[in-house]
Design a protein around this ligand. Structure first.
Ligand code: AMP
Ligand code: MG
Length: 343
C-alpha cells in the first residue's frame, strides 16, 4: 500500500480538557466517540498496540472491522471495557479466579476469557459461547470507551497477519483510508499484545503469552497456570503458526550470531553484541537486553526493517523465560513460512 495515498483518515490527539484537540473545534475524542456510537470504526491507542475500535454491541460495525482488517470470521475479537461495573453487560458467571486476576491486573495488558452475555453478537466471538474481555491501561482508550457508553471490540489496527501497529502512523500508513478516524496517543508503552488467559473451565490456562507472565498469574491465583494452548482453544490467528509477519523472510537464531547470509541481510538483536562483518543493517532492541524494552520496540523495528529492501532478516531470540516467552512467541510466528498466503 502507498503510505501517503492512503493516509486520509483524520488523525487527532485530543482528550477532554487537554487543550490539544487538533484544531478541529470540538474535542477529537468526543467526535470519535460520536462516530463509534453511530457505527463507525476508529483506531485508538492502548498500552499494548493500536486497536481498531467498533461498538461491540453493533454487528454491522463489528462486520466493518473484520472487512477492514480482512480478518477471517473464525477469529474472535477482544472486547474492551472501561469499568469493572460494566463487565456484567459483556460476561456472565465471573469465577473467583477471574475476580482475582481483574483485581491484580486491570486496567492492564491482561485479557480474560469468560462466558458471554446475549448482548454480545456472535460475530464478535466467532460463534463461541465465550468472550475475551480486557480493560486497557491507557487514559485515551479509557476516556474513549467511557465517552461511547458501549464496550469496544478492538483487534490490532493492521491488515490481518501483518505486524501490529504501535504508533498512529503505522495505522495511517496501512488503514488510514479505510477507517473513520485515528486517535494519536503516541507510541504504545508495552508494544506487544495482551496476555490472554482462559478461566472458563477450571484450570486457568494461557492462550497467548504477553508481558503479564505465567509466573505473575500463578502468584496471584495461588496455582500453576498452564502455558500451553489446549486443543479445545478456538482456532485463531493469534494461535496460528504464521502471524505478526513482515514481508521480509526471517531467520531466527540463539547463541552465536550466524555469518551474514548474503549482501542484503539485516540483523535484529535483543541487546548490544559484537557483530560479525557482512550485515547490511543492524538494529538493537534494548541497550541492556531488557525484555520489556525489547517488547516496546519490537514491532516498530520489524516494520522499519521491512522497508529496507533486505533479502533476509536474521533475528536473535530472547531468553525463553518471563516476558522473553511472549517475545519469542511473536518472533516464531513472524518467522514462520507456513500459511504464507495470510496477509
Ligand atoms: P487480537 O488479535 O489481539 O484482537 O486478539 C484476538 C485473539 O483473542 C484471538 O485471535 C484469540 O486468540 C483470542 N480470543 C478472542 N476471543 C476469544 C474467546 N472467546 N476464546 C478464546 N480466545 C479468544
Ligand atoms: Mg492482531
Amino acid at each position: 500500500m502507498d503510505a501517503t495515498k492512503n493516509a486520509d483518515a483524520q488523525v487527532t490527539d485530543g482528550c477532554p480538557g487537554d487543550g490539544r484537540s487538533g484544531g478541529e473545534g470540538a474535542c477529537a475524542l468526543e467526535k470519535a466517540a460520536d462516530e463509534l456510537r453511530r457505527g463507525g470504526v476508529v483506531a485508538f491507542p492502548t498500552e499494548t498496540v493500536y486497536g481498531l475500535g467498533a461498538d461491540a454491541f453493533n454487528p454491522k460495525a463489528v462486520a466493518r472491522v473484520f472487512e477492514i482488517k480482512q480478518r477471517p470470521s473464525f477469529d474472535p475479537l477482544i472486547v474492551h471495557i472501561d469499568d469493572r461495573a460494566k463487565l456484567s453487560h459483556v460476561a456472565l458467571d465471573v469465577p473467583p479466579a477471574a475476580e482475582k486476576l481483574m483485581a491484580a491486573f486491570w486496567p492492564g495488558p491482561l485479557t480474560i476469557v469468560l462466558q458471554k452475555t446475549p448482548l454480545i453478537p456472535d460475530l464478535v466471538t466467532s460463534g463461541l459461547p465465550t468472550v475475551a474481555v480486557r480493560m486497557p491501561a491507557h487514559d485515551m482508550a479509557l476516556s474513549l470507551i467511557r465517552a461511547c457508553g458501549v464496550p469496544l471490540c478492538a483487534p490490532s489496527a493492521n491488515p490481518f497477519g501483518y505486524v501490529s501497529p504501535t504508533r498512529a502512523e503505522h495505522v495511517v500508513e496501512q488503514l488510514g483510508a479505510l477507517v473513520d478516524r485515528v486517535l494519536d496517543g503516541g507510541p504504545c508503552a508495552v508494544g506487544i499484545e495482551s496476555t490472554i488467559v482462559d478461566v472458563t473451565d477450571g484450570a486457568p490456562r494461557i492462550l497467548r503469552p504477553g508481558v503479564i507472565t505465567a509466573e505473575a498469574l500463578s502468584l496471584v491465583l495461588g496455582e500453576d497456570v498452564c502455558r500451553r494452548t489446549s486443543h479445545r482453544a478456538p482456532l485463531a490467528p493469534g494461535m496460528l503458526p504464521r502471524h505478526y509477519s513482515p514481508r521480509v523472510p526471517i531467520a531466527l537464531f540463539e547463541g552465536t550470531i550466524p555469518a551474514a547470509p548474503g549482501n542484503a541481510a539485516g540483523l535484529l538483536l535483543q541487546g548490544p553484541r559484537e557483530v560479525p562483518a557482512g550485515y547490511a543493517l543492524v538494529e538493537v532492541l534494548s541497550r541492556n537486553g531488557d525484555p520489556a524494552e525489547v517488547a516496546h520496540h519490537l514491532f516498530a523495528a520489524l516494520r522499519q526493517l521491512d522497508r529496507k529492501d533486505l533479502d533476509i532478516l536474521v533475528v536473535e531470540l530472547a531468553d525463553e523465560r518471563g516476558i522473553g516467552r511472549a517475545i519469542n512467541d511473536r518472533l516464531r510466528r513472524a518467522g514462520c513460512r507456513d500459511g504464507a498466503d495470510q496477509g
